[in-house]
Design a protein around this ligand. Structure first.
Ligand SMILES: Nc1ncnc2c1ncn2[C@@H]1O[C@H](COP(=O)(O)OP(=O)(O)OP(=O)(O)O)[C@@H](O)[C@H]1O
Length: 207
């Protein structure tokens, strides 16, 4: 599997966020996208996942040299981000069942084990709206890491997590990276330093 960003450029009005961004990421690789607040990290994530369009350039996802259709990107991309909403009226169990209708767990035992590891298991019957922000972040990471999808897009994945949550996040990502393409959009070096040596500072691509 390969993810290629070819000559991507994006601006809002006259504000150029990045120009001519080229990046090729193979399975097993992790890239950190860094840059100051407002530099365009989340915008780039949204472009890769097809939520918004770039001014120029293209995204190519290929598996065994076969290019994936844009309509099928959602089958391969899992997103953990502050702007991805959870369904607050569901319990944790209902949420997992609902999610499983369109994306299957990679392995049900892995999912159950990680629910225990992150401390959510005792809250299976609690409404998501009654979760703390750290619990909601754990659920987002469970949905991203334990279900099918080889491209993991993680926007500030450590937000709202306490020390034990951050340690769990590092362990679950470590279990996934070998079989995934992982992009971590963050300014917190602790969120990516143990997974990647490849860092792209988006600010350097402004001009
Ligand atoms: N739909 C939009 N219309 C106009 N401007 C936008 C839109 N979305 C984002 N922007 C602007 O683009 C710039 C980049 O925003 P973005 O959220 O991608 O930055 P970021 O690097 O993720 O920031 P942060 O680190 O604060 O999360 C900001 O100046 C923002 O105001």
């Amino acid at each position: 599997m390969k993810l290629e960003l070819r000559s991507l450029s994006k601006k809002f009005n006259k504000n150029h966020l990045f120009k001519n961004l080229n990046l090729s990421i193979a399975e097993g690789e992790t890239v950190a996208i860094t840059g100051a607040n407002g530099s365009g990290k989340s915008t780039l994530l949204k472009i890769i996942s097809g939520l918004i369009a770039p001014q120029k350039g293209e995204i190519i996802i290929s598996i065994n040299q076969h290019t994936i259709n844009k309509e099928d990107y959602h089958k391969h991309i899992n997103i953990c981000a502050p702007y991805v909403d959870l369904i607050e009226d569901f319990t944790l169990e209902e949420h997992l069942n609902f999610h499983s209708q369109y994306k299957k767990p990679i392995d049900i035992n892995f999912l159950l084990e990680e629910l225990k590891n992150c401390g959510l298991e005792p809250h299976r019957h609690k409404l998501v709206r009654e979760f703390s922000s750290g619990m909601k972040q754990r659920l987002k990471l469970i949905l991203t890491c334990c279900f099918n999808g080889e491209i993991l897009l993680l926007d500030e994945p450590g937000s709202h997590l306490d020390e034990s949550g951050k340690n769990w996040y590092k362990r679950i990502i470590n279990k996934r990276v070998n079989n995934s393409i992982t992009l971590i959009f963050s300014n917190d070096v602790n969120e990516y330093i143990s997974f990647t040596e490849k860092i792209v500072n988006i600010e350097a691509l402004k001009h």
